[in-house]
Design a protein. Structure first.
Length: 250
């Protein structure tokens, strides 16, 4: 049994099927990227995997246990979920938010150490309402991984980051995936191709492709789903993919 497994997941809302018979398994040691067009079901799937949305049918297992049997405290210590957007109930400082994240661990790390590790020392005293989108994203990532979770689920965490911090974030997730199950929604296909070990392509609530990143990038699924022509190039032997797009028919 892997770190996370979902079996025959179905989710419906407003007469629409958001997820349709999705079965997947995720293990530590692999950075998995979820990609697909808007409305493909990526965020819904991540929320189901995190236990924040109950599926209409199917089951989710963490460490061989049905997720519904987990108490909130145990789930908070084992799993870290990073949503697209978050509005805390109170106008906490960066230091307080990271401390709250660390407190989920039975043996929390020093907050000063966590702030330094994530480049947040200068922001420690700043309140949530004055942070930029990128600063909020970095703060929430630090709080999410502070307790050392064995499961990390992140919904487009780099969307509001500049390129330097986006690369730092993906490198960090790649390192974390050595010891944890890491599943991340990504819209930057170039970064997904370069850093992910596995790519799952979602479309219309189903899994349209799933495999080793290089194989998925080289396959036909992306062009068929995104309706663009992908130009893939390798700069040198064993180098990373470089991807550009043109509209179909161009």
């Amino acid at each position: 049994m892997t770190g996370i497994e979902c079996r025959s997941i179905r989710v419906e809302a407003g007469g629409k099927r958001l997820l349709d018979d999705v079965s997947l398994a995720f293990a530590r040691g692999t950075l998995t990227g979820l990609v697909g067009p808007n409305g493909a079901g990526k965020s819904t799937l991540l929320r189901v995997l995190a236990g924040y949305r109950r599926p209409d049918a199917g089951q989710v297992f963490w460490q061989e246990r049905d997720l519904v049997s987990w108490l909130a405290a145990g789930r908070g210590a084992v799993g870290g979920y990073l949503p697209q957007q978050l509005e805390p109930a109170w106008n906490y400082s960066v230091e307080e938010i990271v401390a709250l994240g660390a407190s989920r661990s039975p043996a929390p790390r020093p907050v000063a150490e966590l702030l330094a590790e994530h480049g947040l020392v200068e922001l420690a005293g700043r309140r949530w309402n004055v942070l930029s989108g990128g600063e909020r994203a970095r703060t929430m990532l630090a709080a999410t991984v502070a307790p050392g979770p064995s499961i990390i689920l992140a919904d487009e965490p780099g969307a509001s980051l500049d390129i330097r911090h986006r690369l730092d974030l993906v490198h960090r997730l790649q390192r974390l995936s050595r010891e944890a199950v890491v599943v991340v929604i990504m819209h930057d296909l170039d970064l997904a191709a370069r850093f992910c070990d596995r790519i799952i392509v979602m479309n219309g609530g189903i899994v349209a492709a799933d495999g080793e990143a290089s194989a998925v990038i080289a396959g036909p699924a992306l062009e068929e789903i995104f309706r663009v022509r992908f130009q893939r190039a390798v700069l040198a032997p064993d180098a990373d993919w470089v991807i550009s797009t043109t509209p179909n028919g161009a």
